[in-house]
Ligand binder design. Structure first.
Ligand SMILES: NC(=O)C1=CN([C@@H]2O[C@H](COP(=O)(O)OP(=O)(O)OC[C@H]3O[C@@H](n4cnc5c(N)ncnc54)[C@H](OP(=O)(O)O)[C@@H]3O)[C@@H](O)[C@H]2O)C=CC1
Ligand SMILES: CC(=O)[C@@H](O)[C@H](O)COP(=O)(O)O
Ligand SMILES: [Mn+2]
Length: 390
């Protein structure tokens, strides 16, 4: 930042998670408190980390989503002058504080309401929380448009596409190709996957991420959500969205144009590149993190996804083709099934079976007119999925 320039005011929703801590790392590498003011930080269960972050970065406001942990957070920040709140209303208050850039990094549908609140007041939204677009799609985009802020994709695949998609060439986009690592079970048989535990499923081969997205990568539900996310973000038809398994996670995604060209963005599997891009956009920042070493890499591999072993991909295509609230149904039922898998109540393969059954049961739900319809569809999907779990 040149001297005389004002500090940038930021809020990080989900600062204690994997994306949240990477965001704070980028901010600190770019000058920390010298260049940035932190309007608000939010977390859920990790009170000690939230308090430590708020003190370290001089945040004005710290919020835990867990109402029962309010006193604990208040005590941890005693004497600091940092304002404290808890619960859903606290999250909304954090999102509504006057920060020009908001990182949306709460996990799951819990991130939708606060991210919407930030979008409605016109903040630039750095979107890691893919569930906002999967569940609320065009209504979420409309909130961004009406608010007047920018939507800056952080999910590595969508950030890659955002980097190589020139606005003047959008009419010539033929397809986008989302890369997928294939997860820890890329070469496993259905029979081997049937008996895996959450601890085995969470071990991603390339990326260090939160528990839920790591397991979603193993089932390829992460890629399923990303297909729906990409459809909304880039305004494409379902048949323009392809998935290719690329086990090294070095090509983060690609855009195919009408002249046969394919443009890709490459980098180490490190989310700080995507976060730094969203933080500096439309400029680029200087980030001292690892660089790709092509000689060491030697090769890049590709294979078609196996939809028999990974039915999530077909379920995403079905949700995209049906449109309406089917994204919310896909995500809500998946979140319920995922929580049941993490608790050991259902097996790994049952997650996709449950989502499919819920999509069958709720295929006729009408399209959403308001956000309340989206929340109602999400609730119905969770309730229906819970009914299938003994
Ligand atoms: N991790 C990654 O590299 C990537 C993540 N994403 C997406 O980014 C989002 C965040 O993922 P990730 O950082 O891995 O997740 P984590 O689980 O690591 O972190 C989630 C954050 O949300 C908070 N949180 C948890 N539950 C709630 C709740 N009910 N209400 C409010 N806040 C809550 C957590 O608080 P606490 O920890 O204090 O409990 C934490 O701050 C997800 O949508 C994910 O799909 C996308 C691409 C890559
Ligand atoms: C880093 C990121 O964006 C994740 O969504 C990642 O892509 C997960 O890897 P999979 O390709 O295995 O789902
Ligand atoms: Mn991703």
């Amino acid at each position: 930042m040149a001297s005389g320039e004002e500090k940038r005011r930021l809020t990080i929703l989900g600062s204690t998670g994997s994306i949240g801590t990477n965001t704070l790392d980028v901010i600190e590498r770019l000058g920390g408190r010298t260049n940035f003011e932190i309007a608000a930080l939010t977390g859920n269960g990790n009170i000690s980390l939230l308090a430590e972050q708020a003190r370290r970065l001089g945040a004005e406001f710290a919020v835990t989503a867990d109402e029962e942990r309010f006193r604990e957070l208040k005590d941890a920040l005693g004497g600091s002058g940092i304002a404290v709140a808890a619960g859903r209303s606290g999250l909304i208050e954090a999102a509504e504080r006057d920060a020009g850039w908001v990182m949306a990094a709460i996990v799951g549908n819990a991130g939708l309401a606060p991210t919407l609140a930030a979008a409605r007041r016109g903040a630039d939204i750095a979107l890691a929380n893919k569930e906002c677009l999967v569940s609320a799609g065009s209504l979420f985009l409309e909130a961004i448009r009406k608010g007047g802020g920018r939507l800056l994709p952080v999910d590595s695949e969508h950030n890659a596409i955002f980097q190589v998609l020139e606005n003047e060439q959008r009419h010539a986009v033929e397809r986008i190709i989302l890369t997928a690592s294939g997860g820890p079970f890329r070469t496993k048989s259905l029979e081997e996957m049937r008996h895996v535990t959450a601890d085995i499923a969470r071990a991603h081969p390339n990326w260090s991420m939160g528990l839920k997205i790591s397991i979603d990568s193993a089932s390829m539900f992460n890629k399923a959500l990303e297909m729906v996310e990409a459809r909304h973000l880039f305004g494409l038809r379902p048949d323009q969205i392809e998935v290719i398994v690329h086990p090294q996670s070095v090509i983060h995604s690609m855009v195919g144009y009408s002249d046969g060209s394919v443009l890709a963005q490459l980098g180490c599997p490190d989310m700080r590149t995507a976060i730094g891009y969203a933080l500096s956009y439309p400029k680029r920042c200087a980030l001292p993190i690892d660089r790709l070493d092509f000689a060491k890499l030697a090769r890049l591999d590709f294979e078609a996804p196996d939809e028999n072993r990974f039915p999530a991909i077909g379920l995403a295509r079905r949700a995209m083709e049906a449109g309406g609230v089917q994204g919310a149904v896909l995500n809500g039922s998946k979140e319920t099934a995922l929580e049941a898998f993490i608790k050991g109540r259902i097996g790994f393969l049952a997650m996709a079976e449950i989502v499919e059954k819920v999509m069958d049961a709720l295929a006729d739900l009408p399209a959403a007119v308001t956000m309340d319809d989206v929340f109602a569809a999400d609730e119905k999907a969770r309730h229906t999925a819970a009914g299938l779990i003994k």
